[in-house]
Structures are given as structure tokens and as C-alpha cells.
Design a binder for this molecule. Sequence first.
Ligand code: ADP
Ligand code: MG
Length: 484
Amino acid sequence: MHESIKEQYHVVIGLEIHIQLLTDSKMFSSDRAEYGALPNTNLSPITLACPGALPRVNKKAFDYAIKLGLACGATITDLNFFARKSYFYPDLPKGFQITQDTTPICQGGFVTIYSNEGVAKQIPLIRMHLEEDTGKSLHGMVEDITLLDYNRAGTPLVELVTEPALTTGEEAYQFLAEIRKLVRYLDICDGNMEEASLRCDANISVARKGAQRLGTRVEVKNMNSMRNVQLAIAYEIDRQIDLLEAGEVVIAETRNFQATSGETVSLRAKETASEYRYFPEPDIPPIWVSQEWIEGIRKTMPLLPRAYFKKFTEVYGLSDYTASVLTENKAFAMWFDELCQHTTHYIAAANWLLGPVKGYLNELSLSLEDFPLTTDCFVALITLVESGTVSFSIAASQIFPLLLQKLDTTPMALAKKLDLIQDSDEGKLKTLVAEVLAAYPDKVAAYKNGKSGLLAMFMGEIMKKSQGKANAPLARKLLEEALA
Ligand code: ADP
Ligand code: MG
């Protein structure tokens, strides 16, 4: 579609995000809420709503929802009611879902997203409420038959609903990235979209610029990665603008994203609130969230990604880019912060973490918890390089891999044993420089005639001659002096 047509439209996007909480038991029963158990084994009469079964509320799920609310600056609701939302679908064993209707646990608040250029935008939230998950329909395992696994039914969810304040697929992507990072920092959800523990529906509408009202919204479901959310939104924006350009109307409906074709297809007409026949859940008393409860949770709040980012850039002097990569993962952020209590070589420490350490962990699919080096040993390694004793490339390629084998030794002992200590003897280095320059008189002449790129070639020769052990910054200084 031509950009000039797109520019005549105003796009509005609101997200509904389902966050599966990492509690041991379900929202309204003591059934296990684990992932991957044998189908239909984590089921009690409560999950199945057998006559007479009584639900009771999982306090931990409230703790987690409050944590997320506090992290987003939302207002926590004190008096909480649950409601029944009725609909018929095979994966819903009760024929209704227990959810919060009029009293969501969190109201308002916002999440700040960042563009690739680092520009911040606040996305206001409407609400977050607690509810239970449905079971799972398994298609295609047996021909022509749908199998049902009710294990997931009753698993606690927080549904987070944003204001229609996003305007592009990229912004939706950034929003999901922030939410995923946040729930992982808070340890309330594993944030895994591929396994559906984090799910996102997108509401999209377009209207001609200057129109008095927002356009008709279409809800898109079934996007199991952040990338797919972005693609689905981009497709839907174009589809809706095409319709309006052709003089047709957008129908309020729910559409399914198909990853194979990258298209959205109509699933059903959008249901309205009255069709759900909400009414108060009679078996659960109101839940009172006291100020003490909230304050108790506030005390357990970890430092959030943005707080680390601020500390890393302002206190440790990291670049925005390095700080944002480091804060992507809580374990990395925490360990870096810990390292900085033991060394002042902050930038070197960050480069070690994001270079050799990350490379090693990725290669073996390990997490930072599995990293074998102690803080002391790692700091000693950083210091070995920063003091000019060993070059970074030798430390990274020869000493680091040996340390990873958990040898009972220190970086310095290894450097000595393997004869890797850098040569910082000025006299020796001067001789080396003189030898290299004497071997290439024509190159020296060319350099003096302006071919300054030859400096790298001389340095290469010096390093080669010293078997990589010359103190490079010092050798470079001496080389420049010799050429001057
Ligand atoms: P429902 O359950 O019917 O989907 P919700 O209240 O859970 O309703 O969610 C509505 C979502 O739709 C919110 O994210 C909101 O921001 C978004 N929304 C509302 N109006 C529009 C619109 N005109 N265009 C795009 N999104 C909209
Ligand atoms: Mg909804």
C-alpha cells in the first residue's frame, strides 16, 4: 500500500495480555499448576466444578498480581469480588470462567516502552484482573478428533488491558518486550510466549485522520511470538485501510492470525459483555486487600530493569546500549551489579559479561546460575587484563577456557604457568619496534608520505614477533614515537 494513503489514517491499538502466574497450585483449588504433566492428571472436582465443589482463592496469585500492579504504578483495589463469565467452549470444563468483572485487582498505571533509538513513551493501562485459565484442545493428534487436556484449567492468570494508546506493530512488540522483562524480574511468570504462558490479543482500528471517533476495532488472536504480534498488526492495519479505501466497512469481529500465510482470518463476530451473563460468583467471599498486605509486598520488590539501567549508565558509566543489553536479563543485571562492588573496571566487566561469558553460556545453552567461576576469580581475570599483565585476547582465548574447567588455580598462576604474561619492558619493546621498521623501509617511507593505515600493519608485525605478548597499547605508543 502506498505510504501517502496510509498517512491519511490514524491507527489505534490496545493489547490484552494474559500472564500465567508461576504458582504451585491453581487459582481456586490445590490442584498442581505445573506445565507438561500427563494429560488430565491435575484435576479435582473443584477444577471440574462438580456439584457441591467449593473453590477457594490462591493468596499467592493475589501477591503476584499486586507485585505487578506496584511495578506499573497501578492503584490496588481493596475490596475484590469475583464473577462468573459464562460461555460454552469445549476447553472450559465448568461452562463458565471465574474472573474479576467490576473490581479488577489493579486499576490504571502505565508501562514505559523504548524505541530502538531509546525514545520513551508511556502506555497507560486500563486494568489488570485475576482469573482462571481454560484447558487445552489438542487438534491433529488423532485424525478427525479433538482431544481435551484439562490440566491447564484453573491455572491463575492476570489479564492486563492497555488503553488504546499504541500506534504501530513495533510499539506492540516493544510493549510485550517490556512486560516479558518485567514479569521475569518479578518472578511471577516465565514469560514464554511459545509455550503460551504469556499470550497477547491485539485490538486494532483505523480511522481517517481528523475523524471524531475511533474506528471499529477488530480483535486478533493466536499469535505465539512477539514477532507474530507485530506481523499480525501490520497485516491488519493494511487490510482495514484497504477496506475503507474501497468504500466498505470494517466489521467488529475476532480474527485468527495464521503464521504460515501471515494473514488474519475471521473467526467469529465479536461477543458483547451482555452475552457473557456476568454475575457475582456465589461461592467466593469478597477478598479484602489491606494496606499491610500491600506494604508487605512492596518490601519484597526487586530492583526493576529501569532502575538497574539508570544505575548502570549513571553510576558505572556504561553506554545506553550496553546497559540495555545487560538489563535484558535479571541474572546478568544482578551479577554485574555484584561485580561492580568488587572492581571499578566497570566497562571492562560489562564487556567480559556480554562477550566471552555470554558466548560460553549461549554455546552450551546454560544460564548464568550454571556459570562456574566465582566472583573473586572473575574479578581477578578482569584485573589481570586491566593491569596490563595479559592482553584481553589472550585472557579470553586461553586463560578463560581453562578457568571454566574449574581448575583449582588463579588467573595469575595460569598466566605465569603458560608464559602468557605481557611484555611491558620498554627497552625490549623499543628493540622490537626498531626491528620491524628496519624490515620494511619502503612501507616506512609510504607511511611518512601519508599512508597512515600502515600503522595497523606495523602493529600486526610487532604482535606476531612477540607471539602476541607485547603490551599492545605501550607498543603502539612506542611505534608512533619511532615513526614521528
Ligand atoms: P473485550 O473483552 O471485549 O475484548 P476488553 O475491555 O478486555 O474488551 O479490551 C478492550 C481492548 O480494546 C483494550 O485493550 C482497549 O484499549 C482496546 N480498544 C478499545 N477501543 C478500541 C479501538 N477503537 N481501537 C483499537 N483498540 C481499542
Ligand atoms: Mg478481552
